[in-house]
Design a protein around this ligand. Structure first.
Ligand code: ADP
Length: 360
């Protein structure tokens, strides 16, 4: 096992920059997730670590060894791809054994290793099958098994769940986490899925347009997103964003006014007329009704108009828009709420949870 350190990694393709100045260090045994929208450079970072791309600039260390000039096959990393890349003519057992045979490992040890891997991934009853006789989830487990069997220092996973259907994706995600807890191999995992990032990562690296936006534990990124991109990318439903103009002691949102908390005023020292984006998560807005007292708890309210009502079982999501502005706002409501499209709803806002971002 090993730590992985990137120092100022850049990669250009024909003068077009794919990744810019990427630096981070994954400590030995941790599970890190690279997340961001399609095209943000996640795969390029992972492929650079694997040795399938070479960095235009920067240094890469695996276990404190500088590996810039070490070819992929000598880096002792195993990569699992989205499309599994199994050998169709080989059985499951042969697929799992392949990497070991290439390394001329003794036949007896190979047999033992295949058994152990098959057992840990519940593949024992499938060892004699060919890939086309397996479901997508089973194929992905074989691909993981092939990678584990080699006992690499580092595991690199590129969107390994994205070809699975929703239920299987959830199950396999949990299995992956258990597997990591058991094996403790340093893992770097690429996904565009915020749920996978939040649930799997010891740390999350959020990327956009080839640059790191924020690195942190899932909970701390959720609680303190560094910018609007991170705020709206992580969390489901996404954080609500509303354009606002600063007026003395308040933010004007359309025709409405939201009090500017003193702490925000002191920190930002906003100027009259300055434009911002305000962010608030739906769980920090409460529907004012005649029989609750949220109005007395949270004095700032916002009027919205319900658009689409989505009953989700445990709760109801009311897709709304801010009155007079037409900006979308998601409202989380009790599942017993009686709301209809077109209803005017008054929301009490917990201003301690208000985020103020730049206007762009
Ligand atoms: P992601 O994995 O986040 O979807 P990628 O790392 O695949 O993003 O790509 C990042 C950027 O680099 C994209 O703009 C993509 O078009 C570009 N890119 C990736 N690989 C190549 C390549 N071989 N040639 C040219 N451009 C590439």
């Amino acid at each position: 096992m090993a730590n992985v350190r990137l120092e100022g990694i850049k990669r250009r393709f024909n003068n077009v920059s794919a990744i810019e100045d990427i630096s981070f260090e994954v400590p030995d045994g941790q599970f890190w997730v690279l997340v961001g929208p399609s095209g943000c450079g996640k795969s390029t970072v992972l492929r650079t670590i694997a040795g399938l791309e070479s960095a235009t600039e920067g240094n890469l260390y695996i276990g404190d060894v500088l590996v810039n000039n070490i070819p992929a096959r000598h880096r002792d990393v195993a990569m699992v791809f989205q499309n599994y890349a199994l050998y169709p003519h080989m059985t499951v057992a042969e697929n799992i054994a392949f990497g070991l045979q290439m390394r001329k490992v003794e036949a007896k040890i190979i047999r033992e290793r295949v058994q152990v891997v098959a057992q840990s991934l519940a593949l024992e009853h499938l060892l004699d099958r060919k890939p086309k006789q397996l479901s997508g989830g089973q194929q992905q487990r074989v691909a993981l098994g092939r990678a584990i069997a080699r006992q690499p220092q580092v595991f690199l996973l590129d969107e390994p769940l994205s070809n699975l259907d929703a239920q299987l994706r959830d199950d396999t995600r949990v299995e992956l986490k258990q597997l990591h807890q058991k094996l403790g191999i340093t893992t770097i995992y690429v996904t565009h899925d915020q749920t996978e990032a939040m649930t799997l990562g010891d740390r999350i690296v959020v990327l956009e347009r080839g640059r790191i936006q924020q690195i942190g534990a899932p909970g701390s990124i959720y609680a303190k997103p560094a910018n609007r991109m991170v705020a709206t990318f992580l969390g489901n439903p996404a954080m609500n964003i509303m354009p606002a103009t600063y007026r003395p002691k308040s933010f004007q949102v359309g025709e409405q006014y939201i009090e500017c908390p003193i702490a925000v005023r002191e920190k930002l020292q906003p100027q009259e007329g300055q434009k911002f984006n305000l962010g608030i998560r739906s769980e920090n807005m409460y529907i004012n009704t005649t029989d609750n007292d949220v109005e007395t708890l949270y004095t700032t309210s916002l009027q919205v108009i319900a658009n689409v009502i989505e009953p989700l079982g445990r709760e109801t999501l009311i897709r709304s828009e801010i009155a007079d502005l037409g900006v979308q706002i998601n409202v989380q409501a009790d599942r017993n709420i009686q709301a209809h499209s077109g209803d005017r709803i008054s929301l009490a806002l917990d201003l301690d949870q208000l985020f103020v971002f730049d206007s762009n």
